[in-house]
Structure formats: C-alpha cells, structure tokens
Design a protein around this ligand. Structure first.
Ligand code: NDP
Length: 247
C-alpha cells in the first residue's frame, strides 16, 4: 500500500452528499466499492451488465440503511452513444451533478501469446476495458464539472505498468488506461483523476486468471477499500495524475 495510506482511517461520513457512479458494480471489487461508498454516505449509481447482480447490491445498500442508489444496466461491449447520453440525462435529472466516477468494469480476455491472440477477443477487451471508460468519461464530464470536488478513478493493474507474457489485450488495455488517466489529468486541473492498481484480489476475475491458486491466500475487496475511499473523498485533494497501489 502507499505509505501515506497505511494508517488512513476514512471518516464515517466521508462521502456524505456525494453522488458516485461505479461501473461493474454487480460483482467483485465494484460491488464492494459501491456498498462501501454508500456506507460512507454516498448516493451510488450502480452500472453493470447483469441486472440481478445490481439489484442484489441495491438491496444490500438499502438493508444497511444507506442512501437509496440507482441502477443502470449497460453492457459496455454493445452500448452505443445514445445509451451513454440516456445515462447522462437520467443522472442529470436525479442528481444534477456527479462527484465521483469509478471505472471498475473490466474483462480478462484470454491468456495467450500475441502471435496467437484471437482478434475478436482483442477488440472486445480493448473496447470494454479502454474505449468504454473513455466514452463514459467524455459523456459524463459535463456532470462532473458541476461538482465542487470531482474525482475520477480508473482501474489499472500491475501488468498495465510492466507487462508479462500472455497477458495480451488485458495488459495493453491497462497500459492504455494509465495513458488515458495521465492525459486527462494533465488537461483538467479542476478535478482529481487517478488510477488504482488493486493487486491480487479474491474475485471471479482473479480465479479465471489463476485457477489453481488458493483464494484464501488473497486479500478480499473489502481489505483494499481505504485507497478507493481516499481517492473518491476529499482527503485526496490535490492528488491527480497518480497511480496508486492498494497493496
Ligand atoms: P470481476 O470479474 O469480479 O468483476 C468485473 C465486473 O465488471 C463485474 O461486475 C462484471 O459484470 C463487470 N463487467 C464485465 N464486463 C462488462 C461489460 N461488458 N459491461 C458492463 N459491465 C461489465 O472482476 P474484479 O472485481 O476482479 O475486477 C475489477 C477491476 O479490477 C477490473 O478492472 C480488473 O481489471 C481490475 N483488477 C482486478 C484484479 C484482481 O486481482 N481481482 C487485479 C488487478 C486489477 P458481471 O458480473 O455482470 O459479469
């Protein structure tokens, strides 16, 4: 973990009155992030491709007494421009602004050498992991500009900084994510724009990447939430263009 976050204790109401959108909010790290943000006072827009999973997170937030979230079902592999705009219009009507945007949805693709990497999978991974966050960011910027303390967080990976054999489109999409974050951060000085690298975390994606691994040896999504809260909340004021490790 980053040195200044080792002892970070987020205030219970850190995200009170903030509107935060989380992609891939139905499972894994995104589901835990959405519940954690709501626990700290945020009204969360749950975005993902599987309605039943989003509804389960919605129910968990309501049962815990958090602010009533909203749900938008979007499959980033097929979503077109008008659906992005519909999301913006709905958020404009419901919230009037956006204070936080966590780009978390992602897919692994398959592990194989570039020489044999399936082109169809390459295009799909690049689209979901990199193109969709670009389009979503661009369409949501007008709402983020209306916040007094906006923060955008992209999700990177260790292989998005130093690649390894067979990580193919996933690694390249995460390099692109780091580049998108840096470019945007150098263009906009009225908002925080950063990356998070979760490190190895006990989720379905990790299991798909390392099927033989004992999952009990890994941290859970709940274990890494301090970094997410830090970047989405006001305590990270002045931090932009950074790529933080959770572990
Ligand atoms: P999971 O596979 O557990 O969750 C991914 C989420 O993204 C799911 O909610 C999934 O929806 C959603 N998603 C996938 N494809 C689409 C799509 N086409 N449209 C909309 N939503 C989609 O992964 P993790 O929680 O492990 O990963 C979260 C992020 O963290 C990813 O960006 C990943 O690259 C990154 N990361 C994870 C690491 C780890 O060890 N777990 C390590 C480094 C980075 P659904 O459930 O409906 O399929």
């Amino acid at each position: 973990m980053n040195p200044d976050l080792e002892n970070y204790t987020p205030a219970p109401d850190l995200l009170k009155d903030r509107f935060i959108l989380v992609t891939g909010a139905g499972d894994g790290i995104g589901a835990t992030a959405a519940r954690t943000f709501a626990h700290h006072g945020a009204t969360v827009a749950l975005v993902g491709r599987t309605q039943a999973k989003l509804e389960a997170v919605y129910d968990a937030i309501e049962a815990a007494g958090g602010p009533k979230p909203t749900i938008a079902v979007m499959d980033f592999s097929t979503t077109q421009g008008d659906a992005y705009q519909s999301l913006v219009d709905a958020l404009q009507e419901q919230f009037g602004r956006l204070d936080g945007l966590l780009h978390n949805a992602g897919i692994l693709g398959h592990r194989s050498p570039i020489e044999h990497y399936e082109i169809k999978t390459w295009l799909e991974v690049m689209h979901i992991n990199l193109n969709a966050p670009f389009i979503l960011t661009q369409t949501l910027l007008p709402l983020l500009h209306k916040s007094t303390d906006p923060s955008i967080v992209f999700t990177s990976s260790g292989v998005g900084r130093t690649s390894r054999a067979y990580w193919g489109a996933y690694a390249v999409s995460k390099f692109g994510t780091e580049g998108l974050m840096q470019t945007l951060a150098s263009e906009l000085n009225n908002m925080r724009i950063n990356c998070i690298n979760p490190g190895p975390i006990r989720t379905a994606m990790r299991k798909a990447a390392y099927p033989g691994e004992d999952p009990t040896t890994l941290l859970t999504p709940a274990d890494i939430m301090a970094t997410y809260l830090y970047l989405l909340g006001p305590d990270s004021k002045g931090i932009s263009g950074a790529s933080l490790d959770c572990q």
